[in-house]
Design a protein around this ligand. Structure first.
Ligand code: BTN
Length: 149
């Protein structure tokens, strides 16, 4: 009986421990947001910097939408599995720039979600038009899972 108790304790730990480990939220990959825009984030460098491409599904510009580059940083992930980040998209087809900031969070189903706030700055010709040059909004991104054959 004396030997059975430690064995049962170990068994309980083995069963419970995997459920306690939280999913790490990783920025690298393909994402789609609530507007249907897509972005690809490449591997995150040691210093937290990353690059990628953004394909917006909507635009305020009269020009044809083109895939545009993004550059960003994530915070140190050594202490946190749900990283905060910021990135800039330099639109190649429009006189505008968008900055996004947000956090990579794990939802109740264990799925990664990027909750972001953005500022879209558009070019204006004169200082008197500055008041109308910046839009603000939010976007929620979900990971596009690679399709299995
Ligand atoms: C422009 O209209 O000048 C360039 C495209 C801006 C697209 C914006 S950025 C914020 C929001 N989220 C998206 O996915 N697209 C729009």
């Amino acid at each position: 009986m004396v030997q059975v108790t430690p064995f049962l304790l170990l068994l309980c730990l083995a069963l419970v421990a995997p459920g306690l480990s939280s999913t790490k939220c990783v920025l690298t990959g393909k994402w789609i947001n609530d507007l249907g825009s897509n972005m690809v984030i490449e591997a995150v460098n040691k210093d937290g910097s990353f690059k990628g491409t953004y394909n917006t599904s909507v635009s305020d510009s009269p020009h044809e939408i083109k895939k545009s580059p993004l550059l960003g940083y994530q915070q140190d992930t050594s202490q946190n599995d749900q990283t905060i980040f910021g990135f800039t998209v330099n639109w190649t087809f429009s006189d505008s720039i968008t900055v996004f900031t947000g956090q990579c969070l794990v939802d109740k189903n264990g799925k990664e979600v990027l909750k972001t706030v953005w500022l879209l700055r558009s070019h204006v010709d004169t200082i008197k038009d500055d008041w109308k040059a910046t839009k603000v909004g939010t976007n929620v991104f979900k990971r596009i899972e690679d399709q299995k054959e």
